[in-house]
Design a protein around this ligand. Structure first.
Ligand code: SF4
Length: 326
């Protein structure tokens, strides 16, 4: 690039959100697949996308991982079978055991924590409300911790209004980990207004990574002409970041998986942008997006930080023990 060509590029201020991208649960899940491939060789089977990011999934496929949606797609094998970070219903490890699979559970510990909360409420005889999005694998996994009917999914304040519990005095709630902090607070408030004695976590079960990524977007979104959220459309926490940006006053918020998806009709004439990434989006894709802007603009990148993260989750025990035995 010549100095002359650089001068023709208009300036662009890029506010880079921090924290963004990979959380501790995603790092653990991806490392679990990579460690299993290194220890046991290819193939390693993974039930469901290990994390909701196409780039990550394609990278692991290239290294020898085979992704399936259900266990019945896997032939009888000694190869590891890994459950994704989103968690699985109890029936899945049971079926894996029946088929003598070498199962490795990459469920995020913060999802497992919600599973245990639900079990404790159930043991205490409480009817459980799960606040979450129908069909998301985490929701399917949490509901599947208990017998059918023990957990009722509620998705909105409207659904709270029409919910008819068996015993209004003996209720508890848990939440999906990757929800909108603000939406969930409204749903929890509606539940508490209708059922004052409802038991629940201290705040909600939304994880630190979801909370922190939303917080910085709330700060950056009103300061920029447009926001780019890097991540996959099936990623819940990523979708929430786009919504949070819009609600914080940024009318041009776009979710992209790769730089090639950037709509330059929208982003071709802006003076400032905010950039963030969902918890399952690798940093290399953030760099790719900023690189695409740098081809069209003279970019000046500033990082806006609202929280420091040092969370770390150790690998599943079997993978750790193998490492120790090496
Ligand atoms: S987004 Fe939260 S719950 Fe999901 S994997 Fe990351 S840390 Fe765990």
């Amino acid at each position: 690039m010549t100095a002359t060509a650089t001068r023709h590029k208009p300036p662009l201020k890029v506010l880079l959100c921090s924290p963004r991208g990979f959380c501790a649960g995603v790092v653990r899940a991806i490392d679990s697949v990579e460690r299993a491939l290194a220890r046991y060789g290819s193939p390693v089977y993974v039930r469901h996308e290990i994390v909701h990011n196409r780039y990550v999934v394609e990278s692991l496929k290239a290294k020898g991982a085979i992704f399936v949606e259900e266990l019945d797609e896997i032939p009888d094998t000694d190869a590891p079978v890994i459950f994704s970070a989103h968690g699985v219903p109890k029936s899945i490890p049971t079926e894996a055991q029946r088929r003598n699979f070498f199962a490795l559970d990459a469920t995020c510990p913060l999802v497992t924590k919600v599973h245990r909360e639900a079990e404790i409420h159930n043991k205490r005889g409480r009817e459980i409300v799960l606040i979450g999005h129908a069909g998301h694998p985490e929701v399917v996994g949490t509901i599947g911790q208990l017998p059918s009917g023990a957990i009722t999914l509620l998705q909105s304040v409207e659904e709270v209004a029409t919910f008819e519990p068996r015993d209004a005095g003996n209720l508890a709630y848990v939440t999906q980990t990757t929800l909108s902090v603000d939406d969930t607070a409204e749903i929890v408030a509606a539940l508490k207004a209708r059922f004052p004695s409802i038991h629940g976590p201290h705040k909600e079960d939304i994880c630190y990574a979801t909370t922190n990524r939303q917080e910085v977007v709330k700060k950056v979104a009103p300061m920029v002409d447009a926001m780019i959220v890097v991540g996959s459309p099936n990623s819940s926490n990523t979708q929430r970041l786009k919504e949070v940006a819009e609600r914080a006053g940024c009318v041009r918020a776009m979710l992209v998986e790769r730089a090639a998806e950037i709509d330059w009709a929208v982003f071709g004439s802006v003076g400032s942008i905010g950039v963030t990434a969902g918890a399952s989006a690798p940093e290399v894709l953030v760099e790719e997006v900023i690189g695409a802007f740098a081809e069209r603009y003279t970019v000046n990148v500033e990082t806006v930080t609202t929280a420091d993260e040092d969370m770390f989750f150790p690998l599943p025990r079997v993978l750790r023990e193998n490492e120790a035995a090496e």
